[in-house]
Write a protein that binds this ligand. Structure first.
Ligand code: UDX
Length: 437
């Protein structure tokens, strides 16, 4: 099948390469010339495990190409809209300008029978508005919503082997035909037994924000428990293990620590609250405000903990921050808790040095006033305190004996609860963590 993918960022680049891998004829479109050149050359414009290999194999088939010219989307039967929907500056609502621009760009190239498939995370109701615009220009085209649930760091695996596929379809003949085309697009995962949920467009849009809100709530729930643990001397990691054995609760997404960040969870819960307000049901989501504030409090608590282990003041203290990305296996620094805490400590007078295996370039561009080092050893040289902020494997696996030789004081704050307190204390470190005694 011929498909176009509009927007080649974290979502679209992986989707385009994956669609070609599944056997489709794919054109990826993006306005960013440099990004298109990189992708066309087989280079991933961001760090995502498995993407370079997938790009290389898909480009080699001749079924995948990239362009800045949206006119080349003409001729595709299915057009995936994969552009970003960031938070608006100074407001909670989602900024839909990229979605609108993608649809406007596509309009002149649509033919009767084409299906426009939204994958971006949008406020519920957006699809219906887009559908009106599309049918006003091309009455024979159909708009459907097919949300994407990929996690950065696992994007290739999640795209090729998702937990579920969701179609949000309009009623009638147009919806039935769109379903046939989508079934053809996803024939391989469907044959592998991936469940398909076929629903209306409003539900499909809600599925995505509801899922992300639930995940954010789970993380903030355990971080709220961490606050209780801190006040009582209890251990949140053992608490999470114990409640996680209950299959109704589950252990995943119960890792307490610095909290959630990234390009999805924070802005999605805020956009969801904004949309609920517009719909007159803001009370239904008022708990998400609490989810957000628990999450932001973790950052403040982390700075406080670093201050505590620096005997009450971080002014002039050397703090090594291990990690800049919002999570491991990603170079994404959008709303990164690690960088937010590093910046706060810098503003409060600490001498902060940040390191990260993949995200240093992005971090330096965004926070030029912080200092950076290429390795954990360099960052921690003569440090008064080390803060583990992103749980990259190389930081989890640090040998406390060897690492202890580079620092000035053996003091570590484990912002992700991933180190073994016994081993670090045995090696002479003061070990502190969020939600653990
Ligand atoms: C998320 C959703 O998981 C994905 O389904 C959706 O499509 C996009 O948003 P992503 O942003 O890539 O994916 O990251 P995710 O793995 O969900 O982690 C989000 C944040 O939560 C990270 O900052 C991570 O460190 C934090 N987190 C996650 C915790 O603090 N504790 C946990 O137990 C899990």
């Amino acid at each position: 099948m011929r498909v176009s993918v509009i927007g080649c960022g974290y979502l679209g680049a992986v989707h385009a390469a994956s669609m070609a891998h599944l056997g489709h004829e794919v054109v990826g479109v993006d306005v960013d010339v440099a990004k298109v050149e990189q992708l066309a050359g087989g280079e991933a414009p961001f760090y995502e495990p498995g993407l370079p290999e997938l790009l290389a194999s898909s480009l080699a088939t001749g079924r995948l190409r990239f362009t800045t010219d949206i006119a080349e989307a003409a001729g595709a039967q299915v057009h995936f809209v994969c552009v970003g929907t960031p938070q608006k500056k100074g407001e909670y609502a989602a900024d839909l300008r990229y979605v609108d621009a993608a649809v406007q760009g596509l309009l002149p190239h649509l033919r009767p029978g084409d299906v426009v498939v939204g994958k971006s995370t949008v406020p519920v109701g957006t699809t219906e508005r887009i559908a009106e615009e599309v049918t006003a220009t091309q009455a024979g085209a159909t708009v459907v919503w097919n949300p994407e649930f990929l996690r950065e760091g696992f994007a290739v695996q999640d795209t090729l082997h998702p937990d579920r596929i969701v179609y949000g379809l309009p009623d009638g003949e147009a919806g039935a035909r769109a379903r046939e085309l989508l079934d053809e697009v996803y024939a391989t995962p469907i044959a592998e037994g991936i469940p398909v949920v076929v629903t209306d467009r409003a539900t499909a849009q809600l599925v995505k924000v509801a899922a992300n809100s639930f995940l954010a709530t789970k993380i903030s729930f355990i971080n709220a428990m961490a606050e209780l643990c801190e006040a009582t001397g209890a251990d949140v990691t053992q608490l999470a293990d114990a409640i996680g054995y209950d299959a109704r609760i589950g252990r995943r997404f119960l890792n307490a620590g610095l909290g959630f960040g990234g390009g999805c969870l924070p802005k999605d819960i805020r956009a969801f609250m904004a949309r609920a307000g517009e719909l007159g049901v803001d009370q239904a989501l008022s708990f998400l405000r609490e989810v957000d504030s628990i999450n932001m409090r973790r950052r403040v608590r982390t700075v406080d903990l670093v201050r505590e282990v620096c005997d009450g003041s971080i002014v002039g203290r050397r703090v090594a921050v291990l990690g800049a990305a919002f999570k491991p296996d990603s170079d994404d620094i959008r709303d990164s808790p690690a960088l937010s805490v590093a910046a706060q400590m810098g503003l409060q007078g600490a001498h902060v040095v940040v390191t990260d295996p993949q995200a240093l370039d992005n971090a330096e561009r965004m926070w030029p006033d912080l200092r950076y080092a290429a390795t954990a050893d360099e960052a921690a040289k003569e440090a008064d305190v080390v803060l583990l902020a992103t749980e990259w494997p190389e930081y989890r696996d640090l040998d406390p004996e060897v690492f202890g030789q580079v620092v000035a004081r053996k003091v570590i704050v484990d912002g992700r609860n991933v180190l073994d307190p016994v081993a670090w204390r045995r090696a002479g470190w003061v070990y502190r963590a969020l939600g653990r005694p």
